[in-house]
Design a binder for this molecule. Structure first.
Ligand code: GRG
Length: 312
């Protein structure tokens, strides 16, 4: 199967699983079910859930176990992480944050539903994600329960103040400092730390969650976690580059916003050429990590190239 066909197949499975696990009326009021559906089912790349699944498949490959079974076991984590990602985009687009009116080529949630309902849709998606992680896959076997608990803690850390929320807070404080709080300007290390948290943490957690659900041993887990860290950082460096170079029609969101807002980004610190070199360095280290796990021939290697060569 070509890589494009692989991505298409996984996307279809993930979209079907997301559709099936979204809460609906009468379990939840129609109005919030619709708002959550609008943002979750709006055709994103599904990079993070594909990473969860590909990581689980890679571990199954290393263990000589069933890749199909690994996919099924990892699917709830894949859906939960996509729900958290979607919530973060809804909240990031709010006027109090990045103030954007275009996302995935469509009007943003608060433009369609109003600011308050968009906040609630994000809150609902986040809570639903953790409910799903706790519920699925069902079973009482201690190994399964241990893996699920590990994933819940890992995803909570990646999504919370130590991860995505923390990174977003650094970003927000740099662009819109509070009336009583003005942080010191970021240096290059601060920029990297912000990116590792804001975007990197959830991507890293995607790889780790798939590995845990598929039963990776400590050696393979450590290598995959190092891989996740590198591609998480690379993703945000490439995103910064695309924001400078892209157009709204290709990106599906407003282009050139970072520079206009005076945001700290890789191109604003290092210029475009050096930013590309830094992303390539992450790619090299990511591949070395895969090599350590004996997984250089897995789909994870293709996904790393996809991130680096991304045009939209
Ligand atoms: C609001 C707590 C909170 C966090 C927001 C990640 C983030 C933190 C905000 C997103 C801001 C942003 C656009 C960052 C650039 C990197 C990024 C996450 C891009 C969007 O991810 P893609 O390209 O989106 O995977 P799709 O639409 O394909 O899912």
């Amino acid at each position: 199967m070509t890589f494009d066909a692989y991505v298409e197949a996984r996307r279809k499975e993930i979209d079907a699983a997301l559709q099936a696990c979204l809460p609906r009326s009468p379990q939840v009021p129609d109005v919030i079910a619709g708002a959550m559906h609008y943002s979750l089912m709006s055709g994103g790349k599904r990079l993070r859930p594909i990473l969860v699944i590909a990581s689980a498949e890679a571990v199954a490959q290393a263990l000589g176990s069933s890749e199909a079974a690994a996919r099924d076991t990892a699917m709830p984590a894949a859906c939960a992480i996509e729900m958290i990602h979607s919530y973060s985009l809804v909240h990031d687009d709010l006027t109090a944050m990045d103030d954007d009116d275009l996302r995935r080529g469509r009007p943003t949630a608060h433009v369609v539903q109003g600011e308050g309902m968009a906040i609630l849709a994000g809150d609902g998606l986040q809570a639903e994600a953790f409910s799903l992680l706790a519920r699925e896959p069902q079973g009482h076997h201690p190994t399964l329960i241990t893996r699920k608990l590990r994933v819940i803690a890992l995803v909570a850390d990646a999504a919370g103040a130590a991860g995505m929320v923390g990174g977003q807070a650094i970003d927000l404080a740099a662009v819109k400092p509070g009336p009583q709080y003005r942080p010191p300007p970021l240096d290059a290390d601060g920029l990297q730390a912000m990116h590792l948290r804001k975007t990197g943490a959830l991507i890293r957690a995607s790889v780790a969650a798939g590995a845990i659900m598929a039963g990776a041993d400590d050696r393979v887990f450590a290598a995959l976690d190092a891989f996740g860290l590198e591609i998480g950082l690379a993703f945000q460096i490439v995103d910064d580059i695309l924001d400078e170079e892209g157009s709204a029609s290709t990106l599906g969101k407003t282009a050139g916003k970072d520079r206009a807002a005076g945001k700290p980004t890789y191109p604003s610190f290092f210029g475009l050429d050096e930013s590309r070199t830094l992303a390539a360095g992450c790619h090299t280290r990511a591949r070395l990590a895969l090599e350590r796990a004996g997984l250089l021939d897995s789909r994870l290697a293709d996904i790393a190239s996809w991130i680096i060569e991304r045009k939209t």
